[in-house]
Design a protein around this ligand. Structure first.
Ligand code: ARG
Ligand code: ZN
Length: 886
């Protein structure tokens, strides 16, 4: 049941135009689907059989060129409708029905409260009507929507509104026409009682365009930031990439019932409410930031994804990797100058390391362009998205910004209106640079995170410094041996003050060039010998995180502390501090294993104090650099993960730092207060982030004053960031009043789904104090309340996925109770929403990475589900299968 990339075949038929007429009804919606179909001249198969996909549909009738077919003239199965005899251009009309209310999978057209929403990527369109539901069939869509006006006063679809009128018996009708041919996955339909914020904007070619954000009426006051973000995104795509908005109308719709973040349907983007609604009472600094980023991401798809689309789903990274790269650059540009941009880069890398590196090290490891899948929905992964973006970024680094831009323009120009493969992008870059990217292509074909090991040698006699750089990539499922990648590897040599030394390689004639040297690693091993140095330098490696690799340089704590205070590359400075922390925590883990004790090294404690005092660093940077690596990232580095040991070690180090700098933390927290009205922009957000981190440290030292300040902050904060941060600290504190606070929060937040979700997350991510109910019990209790529902993906993610993935110490409890809950939840979710079930199922896929007792318990839980695989959706089965057998 696996689908392989090599099996791609051009479609047997093409669809030039399609007219969809909907008669909306929450329980039984009717569709009349009229397609202008013709045989594809490029197809190798010319038997005239038109095979359309369909799922959970009730077929009413099929006609060809106006003649109704009898049941014997076509072949209908659970997933296909086969119509023979389509050997020339024909009009094929299908009439079918489906039930939006019964659609709990949230794929196709489904009910969200009293509204109807759609989600078609990847294969949801076949749950609306029978169609060639594949991305390489591009058709012009006309959509007629008829519906009861009282129930569905607003009727939206892609493109331009051509007609609108009232019908008899209280119904009305709207006609939409999309001028751009598109694949079915970009189709969208929205119906309901919605209100909109509307603005007009003049775009670069002088046209005036209408922008709309559609939400439920009570949410209208939460749309200002979304609208602002959209305008910024439009401007940025014009100025940075020369790409204009190609439509006169652009719409965003928000819904509380959505499987993912958002969707780039042509001209009608649909968003999970958490990425579309904000005001100071419901959104944190991070939410404001994420909204801008996701609005940008979906908007940027208009060119990278929609105008240039995919030939098949194996090419997903062609649009996703590229668009994530574009949204990362957008976010960085919105932050301003270089040091602020670094904050963005750091956040991107944290995400890569905490989610993508584990994926690359587990049974689901796949190249950014996978070779096979069972269920494409399982491949909307952080490898395809985030590693995919790193691969695009490496191209920009290797070719230079200007050449990269030339290649990008060429890519868009050559492929506009087409459905293409990743090759199209690489070929455009080859044309622009005149350079072969043969070896670079391995990034598209090989999975796994490369290890780059660096050994350095200083020769006092010759004053030469040698770097021996070796790359290896561990085996991944189906790929035992790997070839060396082409890895951009920028290196600077620093003197004792952190200045970049002029570098000259042995045998080079050129005068030594000051600055960072861009090496390209192409072999398994290479040695670079530097000459003309006065003293042994300190190398600063893979500056700016140029390549998504793990660098192992075996630096001493002293060297890491030096880099953390002196490296002028802000990314590497942050990274050095994180590695210093990681190394000190690792020593605690090992000491615990050996039942010995080890002091937390002074080098780290001093480095933290020095950075806290450094006036040249922004608060946003300090907040990122001074936060200890997450338990997830720390565990990942161990040969076998022992979540409890990681937790205790991290707490030990945190407490030691907190003890030494307790006064400094409290003072900094005070100094970082932001007076005045709430402003979510980068500068005050950074101050709040540092303030809350300092309070967390102060609390780790159990300073009574800290808890008082935190409780006070909860009560008096004028913004959600501080209120939530305080509640989070209270929830994991010794405070005897913590339940009081949690109940208080619930009372003020109960009416707002976004806030209830945050409230659920806090509890799922909390640590239980001795004597308190274990978190797993707490989660079970919360599941029984009216504030939770397995039918709502956001609630499942907030409560269950947070517990499964962001609370390792509690979830991986030695009695297996977390795994028991996991198995029950996956089983239940499977009946409701297989995509959400599969996503939760993945929480145990890396079971082999754990200590034997935990691995065994996880294996038992997975096996118990595997034995019931007959009851499970293929997407969940794929995850379990890979977990057990790869
Ligand atoms: N294309 C959407 C985005 O990246 C995500 C769609 C997710 N779809 C899925 N089937 N997993 O913005
Ligand atoms: Zn995307």
């Amino acid at each position: 049941q696996s689908i392989h990339r090599r099996d791609y075949r051009a479609p047997t038929h093409l669809i030039d135009t399609v007219k969809l007429e909907f008669d909306l009804d929450p329980e039984s919606t009717a569709v009349i689907n009229t397609m202008a179909v013709r045989p594809n001249p490029e197809s190798a198969v010319a038997d005239g059989i038109l095979t359309l996909q369909g799922e959970d549909l009730t077929l009413v009738s099929v006609s060809v060129n106006g003649r109704a077919l009898s049941e014997s003239e076509y072949d209908l199965t659970k997933t296909q409708l086969r119509i023979p005899g389509i050997t020339s251009a024909s009009e094929v009309t299908i009439v079918n029905r489906f039930n939006p209310t019964a659609n709990t999978a949230l794929s196709g057209i489904y009910a969200s409260g009293a509204n109807l929403m759609s989600q078609c990527e990847s294969q949801g369109f076949r749950r609306i009507t029978y169609y060639l539901d594949r991305p390489d069939v591009l058709a012009r869509f006309t959509v007629v929507i008829r519906a009861p006006k009282a129930l569905y006063p607003v009727l939206l679809s892609n493109g331009n509104r051509k007609e609108e009128r009232d019908l008899d018996d209280g119904r009305h009708m709207v006609v939409w026409e999309d001028p751009f041919p598109k694949p079915s996955y970009l189709f969208a339909l929205v119906a309901g009682r919605l209100a909109c914020r509307r603005e007009t904007m003049r775009v670069s070619d002088g046209r005036s365009v209408t922008l709309e954000v559609w939400v439920e009426p009570q949410d209208l006051e939460k749309t200002a930031h979304t609208m602002e973000s959209l305008k910024k995104a439009i401007r940025w795509d014009e100025s940075r990439w020369g790409l204009p908005l190609d439509l006169d109308d652009f719409k965003i719709v928000a819904t509380n019932d959505f499987n993912f973040g958002a969707m780039e349907n042509k001209g009608l983007n649909i968003f999970n409410a958490r990425y579309a609604l904000a005001n100071p009472a419901v959104a944190t600094d991070d939410d404001y930031f994420n909204i801008e980023s996701v609005v940008g991401h979906e908007y940027f798809h208009n060119w990278t994804g929609n105008r240039v689309t995919l030939r098949d789903w194996f090419q997903l990274t062609l649009k996703e990797g590229l668009t994530v790269f574009r949204d990362q650059e957008f976010s960085a540009d919105m932050l301003g100058e270089a040091s602020a941009r670094a904050v963005q880069r750091i956040k991107d890398v944290i995400r890569l390391r905490s989610a993508q590196f584990p994926e690359d090290a587990g049974p689901m490891a796949h190249p950014i362009r996978p070779e096979s899948y069972v269920e494409i929905n399982n491949f909307y992964t952080t490898t395809v998205y985030e590693k995919g973006a790193e691969v695009i970024r490496m191209l920009q680094t290797l070719l230079g910004r200007e050449t990269f831009r030339k290649g990008f323009d060429d890519y868009i120009r050559t492929n506009d209106g087409k459905a293409v493969t990743c090759e199209a992008f690489l070929e455009a870059m080859e044309r622009a640079s005149g350079r072969s990217l043969e070896q670079f292509r391995l990034w598209y074909a090989q999975a796994g995170t490369p290890r780059v090991t660096v050994r350095s040698r200083w020769d006092e006699a010759t004053h030469t410094f040698a770097l021996e750089v070796t790359q290896t990539t561990p085996p991944t499922p189906g790929q035992a041996a790997k070839r060396p990648f082409l890895i951009p590897f920028p290196v600077a040599l620093l003197d004792a003050d952190g200045n970049k030394l002029p570098v000259r390689l042995l045998g080079e004639d050129a005068a030594p060039a000051p600055g960072t040297r861009m090496f390209e690693l192409t072999e398994a091993s290479s040695t670079f010998v530097f000459t003309g140095l006065a003293a042994c330098p300190v190398p600063s490696l893979n500056r700016g995180f140029a390549a998504p690799v793990i660098v192992e340089a075996n630096e001493s704590l002293e060297t890491l502390a030096f880099l953390a205070s002196k490296d002028r590359d802000p990314f590497n400075r942050w990274d050095a501090m994180q590695r210093l922390m990681g190394e000190v925590i690792r020593r605690q883990i090992h000491a615990r294993l050996l039942k010995s004790s080890e002091d937390v090294d002074r080098i780290l404690i001093d480095a933290v104090g020095a950075m806290l005092d450094d006036e040249t660093l922004s608060p946003a940077f300090k907040a990122l650099a001074l936060e200890l690596p997450s338990e997830k990232i720390l565990g990942e580095r161990e040969p076998l993960i022992d979540p409890q040991a990681v937790h205790v070690a991290r707490e030990t180090v945190m407490t030691a730092i907190a003890k030494r700098w307790s006064t400094k933390f409290l003072e900094t927290a005070q100094a970082m207060q932001v007076p005045g009205d709430y402003d979510p922009s980068a500068e005050p957000s950074g101050r709040r982030a540092l303030m809350n981190l300092c309070l967390a440290y102060a609390q780790a030292n159990s300073v009574p004053r800290a808890l008082i300040m935190i409780c006070d902050q909860y009560q008096t904060a004028n913004n959600l960031t501080n209120r939530l941060a305080a509640l989070k600290m209270i929830a994991s504190s010794q405070s005897p009043r913590k339940n009081e606070f949690l109940v208080d929060a619930l009372q003020s937040w109960a009416a707002e789904p976004l806030l209830v979700n945050k409230w659920l997350s806090i509890q799922a991510g909390a640590k239980a104090m001795p004597g308190e109910t274990p978190i797993v019990e707490r989660v079970r209790q919360l599941m029984q309340t009216e504030f939770f529902s397995l039918k709502n993906p956001n609630k499942v993610y907030a409560l269950l996925l947070t517990f499964f993935t962001a609370n390792p110490n509690e979830f991986h409890s030695l009695d297996g109770s977390g795994y028991q809950l996991w198995a029950e939840a996956v089983m239940e979710l499977n009946r409701i929403n297989p995509q959400v079930a599969a996503r939760c199922a993945r929480s145990l896929e890396n079971w082999r990475r754990y200590t034997p007792a935990l691995a065994r318990l996880q294996h038992e839980a997975i096996t118990a589900l595997w034995e019931r695989r007959e009851e499970l959706d293929s997407s969940v089965v794929e995850v379990l299968d890979k977990a057990l057998h790869q």
